[in-house]
Design a protein around this ligand. Structure first.
Ligand code: CMP
Length: 139
């Protein structure tokens, strides 16, 4: 089915001018960028976004990193977009990511891993609504 997923190009990637290369990977995989903007989150905004990880030992470091520099938030649309995006990103830890994936090619570490993508339809809907209003989604 035609799906939408939420994606973030993280500070380690925007800092190295990798936005275009990462978007090319999405588009080559058949994912359409239907909304996109560059923002600089406060630590509190990053904290709310990653609330599900609040009890994890890396939570503070994660929120510091995600608010350290600008990110690009985006909505990707396509057939099975959630799974397809996860395939194109590769495993969370770049050491485990398959060759050719975004994280294998660009990620610096498990924390600074270049991209975030929603893991399920429910989280995709919540994450999209956190950053975008309906009028910004141009299918
Ligand atoms: P993301 O998909 O953005 O969702 C949660 C993030 O936590 C994850 O990608 C990783 O970048 C980050 N993360 C996971 N494990 C660790 C870890 N051990 N240390 C630092 N960050 C981590």
């Amino acid at each position: 089915a035609l799906e939408r997923t939420f994606s973030i190009i993280k500070p380690d990637a925007t800092r190295r001018n990798l936005t275009g290369k990462i978007n090319a990977k999405f588009e080559e995989a058949g994912l359409r960028i239907v909304a996109q903007k560059r923002i600089h989150m406060t630590k509190a905004q990053a904290g709310k976004f990653y609330d599900v990880h609040a009890e994890r030992p890396f939570y503070d470091e994660l929120c510091e990193f995600m608010s350290s520099e600008p990110v690009v938030v985006q909505v990707l649309e396509g057939e099975g977009a959630i799974a397809k995006n996860r395939e194109v990103m590769g495993a969370t830890n770049p050491a485990d990511a398959a060759p050719g994936t975004i994280r294998a090619e660009f990620a610096e570490s498990v924390g600074e891993n270049s991209v975030h993508g929603s893991d399920a339809p429910e989280t995709a809907a919540i994450e999209i609504a956190y950053f975008f209003s309906g009028i910004e989604l141009v299918g």
